[in-house]
Design a protein around this ligand. Sequence first.
Ligand SMILES: [Zn+2]
Ligand SMILES: [Zn+2]
Length: 296
Amino acid sequence: MKISQRFHQFECQVIEINEHDDNSIFEMTHRVVQEALGIFSNIEKFQKFIEQNSQLKTIFEMSLTNIDDKKKEKNLLIATNALQRNKIPAEMKSLMDQHVELMRSITKNVKHREFLDEFMRKEMEIVITNTFGLTSPNGNEFGAGIFPLSSFFNHSCSPNVMRITVENKLVFIVSRPIEENEQLFVCYRNDFMETSTESRKAELRTKYNFDCVCEACIENFPLLIDIKSTSLNKISPEKTSTQQFTEQIAKAEFKTNCEFINKNSKNFPNYEVCNLIKRNQSLLEYLANISSSFSW
Ligand SMILES: [Zn+2]
Ligand SMILES: [Zn+2]
């Protein structure tokens, strides 16, 4: 079974494969709104549904298993609408108005026009904060998408979950041991290994409108280059390049790395574990994109 079938069971994403610019936010919003409209037979029903389902607070309130496609689509619409929003920058306002006008013009009914106007503006504020970039194994961004369930993850500069792109889907995998009831975090932008606390905090404030209080920011974790090797293990920094890999070699290394991370993640961050987490990310990206069976 392909990894995308095995792990990607619930989320139907809206994907924008074109270049990522100001316009793509609006194009993507149109697609979100059109997909939403497509679930219902008329605007009246759509409006009623939105008005009755604005209460979702966490993903756990949503039933995700054993549901039909229609129910799934509706759940994802509810989830999308519960996501964080951010104001559209002033310089994009006139473009925003044009797109809103375009959407309103699908009906002459004044009530429906008002509803679509408001809905469209809200979705833009959601899309602008919740777009995930999709990257190919060589690291190039080839597109972006809205993945409402994935957006429920909170951010940490020292995440315990890593994200990889498989085809045009997102796959999340735990990167180091987690305690029972510990929260799962992904990293929205740059993590502590490569980027200083100051620049991370500034970027998160501008792009996502929050002050990061993750453990890396609170404790001011050092950059990876400033962490001394504790000689826990002899890791040769230059491992086999993934070009020379076979599936088997990559899987075996991933497994060994996980065992090491499990044993040595107590005094995090430490040099070896950090390096192996990064290494595992590349291994997973490699495996997920060549492997027909992604199971161990
Ligand atoms: Zn899907
Ligand atoms: Zn942080």
